[in-house]
Ligand binder design. Structure first.
Ligand SMILES: Nc1nc(=O)c2c([nH]1)NC[C@@H]1CN(c3ccc(C(=O)N[C@@H](CCC(=O)O)C(=O)O)cc3)CN21
Ligand SMILES: CC(C)C(=O)C(=O)O
Ligand SMILES: [Mg+2]
Length: 283
């Protein structure tokens, strides 16, 4: 089994131009599948609110939700670098609350790092969490927790003025002490510039090829999430269809008495006659 990555391994991979692979997982089986496949990192994303809890966005997700799911993922993936995603409201109010909640990911769910959304507006939070000795990942571009301010889940940095803001944010995040940065839904040329400019690893979800690795939402790539499919998703499987077909086959089997079969039964240990005698007692 491969040894669990550290933040230094991820930095080394950037230097060697070796791409890092990152998927989301929200529960024990998915964590285990990701580890068995040898992914470098797992994000327990607050996207769990949409992918496994059925919310319309990530805003309702709580710290307790994230801790519960992160614990399950860790049990399934004991040897994989796990990043806990700070949910909306867990770091916005104060630096103190941000540190307290970041600590929960490490203490209660054995996460290796935390991620939070935002650029220069969250610099004091990044500094405070880093000062607590925690590995922090930044996240800019399309930041779902502030999608209200963006007018929805919209790609970012497509004009030079907004791109300039993102470059300034990226630099500020690195200077604040973050050890990696995730770019979401921005043009590849901007991603390439930021990945070269920064010394920390820069990862993409919907932000193109030229950077240090890719993230994808497990529900999207596996076909488990049906509400929508962002343009940046590549579907590697249609597990949802596999599950629906399996349920249909089960329904058909039960209705037609093809399930259970003899091999699925617990056979009686006493004779048929003994059981008949027993049933007669109650007739
Ligand atoms: N299942 C899932 N996949 C995700 O990628 C994802 C989540 N959930 N939840 C949290 C955020 C929300 N994200 C989203 C959600 C929707 C689009 C989307 O539909 N985009 C459109 C329009 C883009 C635009 O107008 O700029 C697209 O065509 O891709 C993109 C990212 C990314 N994250
Ligand atoms: C969309 C990705 C980047 C994320 O933050 C999540 O999965 O919660
Ligand atoms: Mg998130």
């Amino acid at each position: 089994m491969a040894k669990k990555k550290t933040i230094f391994d991820l930095l080394e991979m950037k230097k060697k131009k070796e791409k890092a692979t990152w998927v989301t997982a929200y529960d024990f089986p998915m964590g285990s599948f990701a580890e068995q496949a040898g992914v470098d990192m797992i994000l327990v994303g607050d996207s769990l609110g949409m992918v496994v809890l059925g919310y319309q966005g990530t805003v309702p997700v709580t710290m307790d939700d994230c801790i519960l799911h992160c614990q399950a993922v860790r049990r399934g993936a004991p040897n994989t670098f796990v990043v806990g995603d700070m949910p909306f409201g867990s770091y916005q109010v104060s630096d103190e609350e941000a540190v307290r909640n970041a600590c929960r990911f490490l203490k209660e769910a054995d996460a290796d790092a935390i991620k939070l959304e935002g650029g220069r507006r969250v610099i004091s939070k990044i500094k405070a969490i880093c000062a607590a000795g925690i590995v922090v990942f930044g996240h800019i571009g399309l930041t779902p927790q502030s999608s209200g301010q963006m007018g929805g889940f919209k790609a970012q940095g497509r004009d030079v003025n907004s791109a300039r803001d993102l470059i300034k944010d990226a630099i500020a995040i690195q200077e604040a002490g973050a050890r990696a940065l995730l770019l979401e839904a921005i043009p590849p040329e901007l991603t390439g510039f930021i990945a070269e400019k920064l010394t920390i690893p820069v990862y993409s979800i919907g932000a193109g090829l030229p950077c240090d690795g890719q993230l994808i939402i497990c529900g999207d790539m596996l076909g488990l999430f049906q509400a929508f499919t962002p343009k940046f998703v590549k579907k590697y499987a249609n597990v949802g269809e596999v599950i629906i077909n399996a349920f249909k086959a089960y329904v058909d089997d039960v209705k037609n008495e093809r399930f259970p079969e003899d091999k699925h039964a617990y056979h009686a240990l006493d004779s048929k006659e003994a059981f008949e005698a027993l049933f007669n007692e109650f007739k």
